[in-house]
Design a protein around this ligand. Structure first.
Ligand SMILES: CC(C)[C@H](C(=O)O)[C@@H](O)C(=O)O
Ligand code: SF4
Length: 468
């Protein structure tokens, strides 16, 4: 029977199938971070269990780490979380990239960067944005704390098979339009539950012509459409990205591995439970106006009126959103002033994103009254940015390149804004209070964030031409 790529990965990982419809699935890579894991280790201690495959498990510190001030974590939330994390990883023999480690970064940035996330594999992490690794042609999904404990103890997970959804993206993205805009447009169309229970496989010309980093942005935000996972099957772009990375086979062994990886593609006649089709060539920069990622419009559009929503639940959500966001329906998005800009996160904190920002800022300065947080996704990204001299462009623009971490994506490290402030952010969620109580978040692409920082209002790079 014809199979999808996700089914092929699943089928090659079944340890046992149970009568109740659940499969026990083998896990190839388990990433851990300091949020959400302490209880899992407590559970193991209580049962006197060890880690089944510590060498397939890797910890990193990302959520609570400070982005300035070095490795000092004394006092506050970082000390509390990281003390637990360090003790747990030490006691159970798990490698941990602590503050100061040259490979540390956000879990979903370092997996691909180090070549740990590979095609045809199963990858889990105690984090919803584990979907990011699907860009590598892997079946990657977030798990809860009790599942973390199960994987630590057994390297397997009992689960029901995911349904298959295909999003075909025809054409190519116009200049200045990114994967971020594409995924926002998709979520606007299908809603935050549009992918529920499914793994979304992205196909089509637009996907094939995307860089790995753009594919990661796309798969990262699949969770915002409610999907269990996002997936782009591996091709030459994937193989070239992976070649030479620390954790992939080297030399001739790599080419052999590529042949194996190539088998994880959907059969031509594979049937998907749900199909969506988009045309990339018609897209423009997008921005969220509300408090969930489906509340999105084109940057050139206006704040919608709640009355435009036929569905009563959506209308109510829109009413609440415009009130929280303090926006008047009918207001052109490009006239909305901002107080701050956050560039970073596992959605858009990679080197390609920083290059786009540098391109916009070259020879310009950010508006003096806009607070800018520029946070690379990993130490590797930071090093590469410095190597390319991007840090000098940022400095000349008036912005400091910080140390990596989640930072203002979720603000659990204490880096947050004041109530009532408004940001343009390259992260993935615009939920109420995510960047601080009462803070208003507009999710955008790196280019839009960079242009907005210069003009002090929501803007795209084309809007800057009249100032230079
Ligand atoms: C803290 C963590 C569990 C959470 C997630 O699962 O996504 C965070 O990373 C987020 O982005 O909100
Ligand atoms: S960068 Fe943001 S979305 Fe990604 S793992 Fe960290 S908090 Fe979650």
């Amino acid at each position: 029977m014809a199979q999808t790529a996700a089914d092929k990965i699943w089928n090659t990982h079944i340890v046992r199938s149970d009568d109740d419809g659940q499969d026990l699935v083998y896990i190839d890579l388990h990433l851990l971070h300091e949020a959400n894991t302490p209880q899992a280790f407590d559970g193991l201690r209580e049962q006197n269990r060890r880690i089944r495959r510590p060498e397939l498990t890797l910890g990193t510190e990302d959520h609570v780490t400070p982005t300035v001030g070095g490795t000092d974590i004394s006092g506050g939330v970082a000390e509390r979380y990281l003390t637990h994390m360090r003790r747990n990883c030490h006691d159970f023999g798990i490698e941990l990239f602590s503050l100061g480690h040259e490979s540390r970064g956000i879990a979903h940035v370092i997996g691909p960067e180090l070549g740990l996330s590979q095609p045809g594999t199963t990858i889990v992490c105690c984090d919803s944005h584990t979907t990011t690794h699907g860009a590598m042609g892997a079946l990657a999904f977030g798990i809860g704390t009790s599942q973390v404990e199960h994987v630590l103890a057994t390297q397997t997970l009992p689960m029901r098979r995911m349904k298959n959804m295909r999003v075909t993206v025809d054409g190519v993205l116009p200049p200045g339009v990114s994967a971020k805009d594409l995924v926002l447009a998709m979520i606007r169309r299908i809603g935050t539950a549009g992918g529920q229970g499914h793994v979304i496989e992205y196909q089509g010309q637009a996907i094939r012509s995307m860089s790995m980093e753009a594919r990661m942005t796309l798969c990262n935000m699949s969770i915002e459409a409610g999907a269990r996972a996002g997936l782009v099957t591996a091709d030459d772009v994937t193989f070239e990205y992976l070649r030479g990375r620390p954790h992939v086979p080297q030399g001739a062994a790599f080419d052999e591995e590529v042949e194996y990886w190539k088998t994880f593609v959907s059969d031509e006649d594979a049937v998907f439970d749900k199909e969506v089709r988009l045309d990339a060539s018609t897209l423009s920069p997008h921005v969220t106006w509300g408090t969930n990622p489906s509340q999105t419009v084109g940057l050139a559009e206006v704040v919608p009126s709640p009355s435009e929503f036929a569905d009563p639940v959506e209308r109510l959500a829109a009413e609440r959103a415009v009130a929280y966001m303090d926006l008047e329906p009918g207001t052109p998005m490009k006239t909305v002033p901002i107080d701050a800009v956050f560039i970073g996160s596992c959605t858009n904190g990679r080197i390609e994103d920083l290059r786009k920002v540098a391109e916009v800022w070259k020879g310009r300065r950010v508006a003096p009254d806009v607070q800018v947080y520029l946070v690379p996704g990993s130490e590797g990204v930071r090093r590469q940015a410095v190597k390319e001299g991007l840090d000098r462009t940022f400095e000349a623009a008036g912005v400091q390149l910080r140390s990596p971490g989640c930072s203002m994506c979720v603000s659990v490290n204490g880096e947050r804004l004041a109530a009532g402030q408004r940001t343009a952010s390259t992260n993935n969620r615009n939920f109420e209070g995510r960047q601080g109580p009462g803070v208003r978040t507009h999710v955008v692409s790196p280019s839009v964030a960079a242009a907005s920082a210069v003009l002090g209002r929501l803007a795209e790079p084309n809007d800057l031409e009249d100032r230079t």
